[in-house]
Each structure stands twice: as structure tokens, then as C-alpha cells.
Design a protein around this ligand. Structure first.
Ligand SMILES: [Ca+2]
Ligand SMILES: [Ca+2]
Ligand SMILES: [Ca+2]
Length: 204
């Protein structure tokens, strides 16, 4: 059994953020040491997508509001034993669509863009490599939503995972729940190829 843990930095700073996956051997009732996955640049392509420690600050952005805060929300495995991790941006849960902000005198309705993520953890011996593809960029570089061009500061939704992932043993694809898979203001899934790292399709 595998258990995901998020160090959310809520009493510290974004440098305290990390993800952990512990393995529990049911037969022997023992826990393994956990590989630690750090977050943030350079594997988050745009500045607005950088992870922050968990906080309750409403952040007014140039188009939508963004304040990405991570939660390790899903663990799947590829055929070769690599882990595929889903990371939910909990700012979207704290805020929502067309909702009030946390200021009692403001009755305006606000919208957000979340920047979740899909990470791949590749094991070599006892060492795990976090989310690094060839050239040192994010492994699933095409985990992007699609903009309709209406929001110039967010010309691309660079990390569109909405936290859920699904990988089927024997297949080379992984499916993730996603924001903007078929244009701006859509929800659905994006299908990624595990080996060539192409986006296969976005489905609303
Ligand atoms: Ca990306
Ligand atoms: Ca990404
Ligand atoms: Ca899953």
C-alpha cells in the first residue's frame, strides 16, 4: 500500500513544500523510507504557476486569480514501476467559480485559474528522479490547457492537471482530469503518452 503525504508549509514558507510517498508492506507491517519530491521551478514553466505554501490570501491576478497550493492527490504506476503523481491545486477548492472572496465588504464575484500538476517519478536503483524529462524540462511538458487567446497574461495554461490521474496496466497512456482541455473555461480530461510525452487528446 502506498500513502502520499504533503508538507504544506502552512506555518512556514514555500521552501518547506515537499511531497512524500511511503510504502507499507501489509505482510510485515513495516513502512519504507519515502522518496521526497520537491516542487517548483524550473519545472513550472510560468511564474504564475509557482507553488506557494498553503495560505488564505486572495491574490488578484492580471486576468484571473492564481495562488497555487499543492496537495498530493493521486498515485498511479506505469508498467515499468515508475510512479505517476497527481497534484491538486487546493486554491481552486478554497475559491471556486464566480464566488465571493474572503473580504466581508466585497460582494464582487471572482474566478480563478488553478495550476495543478502531473509528475513522473522514475526509479533507478534506490534513487527517484522527480518529473525531469530529456533536456531538464518537466517530464509531462504537454500537460497544458488550451487558451482561446482572450487572456494575454495566460496565453497558455501551462499546468492543467485537476488532481486526478488514471493509468491502466498494459497501456502507454495516462489520463488526467484537467482544466481547459478543450479551450478556455472548459473542464474534462487530457490524455498523455507516457513514453513520447505527446498530448493525445483533450476531451470536454
Ligand atoms: Ca506543462
Ligand atoms: Ca507540469
Ligand atoms: Ca488514480
Amino acid at each position: 500500500m502506498y500513502v502520499g503525504v504533503t508538507c504544506d508549509g502552512s506555518t512556514g514558507s514555500s521552501s518547506d513544500l515537499s511531497l512524500h510517498v511511503y510504502a507499507f508492506d501489509v505482510a510485515t507491517s513495516t513502512w519504507s523510507a519515502s522518496p521526497v519530491f520537491t516542487l517548483n521551478s524550473p519545472l513550472r514553466p510560468i511564474a504564475q504557476g509557482n507553488w506557494n505554501n498553503w495560505n488564505n490570501t486572495f491574490v488578484q491576478g492580471p486576468d484571473f486569480n492564481t495562488n497555487p497550493q499543492p496537495l498530493l492527490s493521486d498515485i498511479d504506476f506505469d508498467n515499468n514501476g515508475d510512479m505517476i503523481l497527481g497534484v491538486l491545486d487546493v486554491y481552486g477548492i478554497k475559491t471556486g467559480h464566480d464566488n465571493y472572496r474572503n473580504v466581508t465588504t466585497d460582494f464582487g464575484l471572482y474566478d480563478v485559474i488553478i495550476f495543478g500538476d502531473i509528475l513522473r517519478a522514475t526509479k533507478s536503483g534506490s534513487t527517484w528522479t522527480n518529473n525531469v524529462g530529456s533536456g531538464g524540462v518537466e517530464y509531462y511538458g504537454n500537460d497544458n490547457g488550451v487558451s482561446n487567446g482572450s487572456f494575454p497574461n495566460l496565453s497558455i495554461q501551462s499546468d492543467a492537471c485537476a488532481g486526478g490521474i488514471s493509468s491502466v496496466c498494459g497501456l502507454t497512456k495516462v489520463m488526467m482530469s484537467a482544466t481547459d482541455p478543450a479551450g478556455a473555461i472548459t473542464n474534462g480530461v487530457i490524455v498523455l503518452n507516457n513514453t513520447k510525452v505527446f498530448i493525445l487528446q483533450g476531451i470536454q
